[in-house]
Design a protein around this ligand. Sequence first.
Ligand code: TRP
Length: 331
Amino acid sequence: METVVSGIRPTGELHLGNYFGAVKNFIQMQETERCFFFIADYHSLTTHPTPENLHQNVKRVLINYLAAGLDPEKATLYIQSDVPEVTELYLLLNMNAYLGELMRVTSFKEKARKQPNNVNAGLLTYPVLMAADIIIHKAAKVPVGKDQEQHLEMTRTFANRFNRMYKVDYFPEPQAYNFGQELIKIPGLDGSGKMGKSEGEGNAIFLSDPPEVIRKKVMRAVTDTGPTQPNQPKSEPVQNLFTLLSVLSSPDTLAYFEEQYNKCTIRYGDLKKQLAEDIIQINAPMREKMLQLEKDEIYLRKVVTTGAEKARESAQKTVREVREIIGFKSF
Ligand code: TRP
């Protein structure tokens, strides 16, 4: 059993693309590994220093992940800011993190360009905090997307540097757990690219979308004027709809519409109607769970307090040992 850590940005609702990507992966990992999943609310201050609805965002994300199937009985599920030990490790790691290397991080350069009036030290040391998140549980595996590769490389640098500086073999080198090829890419409804909430209104279907919203979004999905010859290659928007069918609908449904397409008798409206109903079926239990969780403050509180307890137990052990290694001693 390996220790797995991953941080979740507290940014809004999960969509089907998230669900069939990262979230399904978390759900699988929690069955076999020692998992720590947390909501990275400290990190969100690097871009939103005076958040308007920090708590609300954290709560939404928590509810979404619970509804999607993260199980607090199996994984340790916590809020980053409930584990202050991470800030102590962050401070200690900062002493061995250098301005030059931090300034070269791509995400820092990007953010500095995007928010020139708020190039704060937290932004600069974002990778140090992320390293602290990971090595505080001595994680071996970090399930993250490609965009986090460089941050993980920094984590390895800081872990190795700690070991070298204090002449210990204490922190393991965490590796990215890249579900890469197996990962299902869910296309968006706007005819190009993948599903994403920043791609514009109507491109993404959220787990929290009610049936009527799902129907509306799917019916508005981009298509083309239809095939004019048998077995005609599909345009990108139409291929996207078939990809959605292949993931979300039954093999029979997919085969039926493939045949209709190839015979040039397809009616995209029928395909969309079917697709919408199949999405509604998949979403229904999760949406129901969300509505139920929203009302259950007691349960949510129990989840986060239990999660924090378990995470702190692991974090306190690491911080105690790290302090010892560095040479802090009590009188
Ligand atoms: N940086 C990650 C993101 O933007 C979030 C994150 C913070 C994280 N700490 C982490 C991911 C630790 C994995 C491990 O998505």
